[in-house]
Ligand binder design. Sequence first.
Ligand code: CO
Length: 131
Amino acid sequence: MKIDHIGIATQRLEDGLAIWRDALGLTVQETEEVAEQRVRVAMLPIGDTRVELLEPTTPDSAVGKFLAKRGPGIHHIAVKVQDINASLAELKEKGARLIDETPRIGAGGCLVAFVHPTSTHGVLLELVQHP
Ligand code: CO
């Protein structure tokens, strides 16, 4: 298993890019809007993983609410899995509280599903299965 990416909430992508791209020297792999999650996303590879900057497109999106409540910061950690449905079933069986019972489409056309932080010791967990 690998850390697929670390999601970081920012008010504007440019705020995050000023550090991760301009000061640290990472390269933006892609920028896209994920309509279903109401965010704009910038992906910056770093080693085996990526930094995912998240800018809400509406204040009432999950990331918008996170920013209003807690300010910018680490929003989630995403783990790459081979079979997202199998992983979800396993987590559910072990008592984890799933935000997504079934996967949805995330950045890069991946299948993604979130596990509630109340069952992961305060860390919002995203499962990612690449196409
Ligand atoms: Co993510």
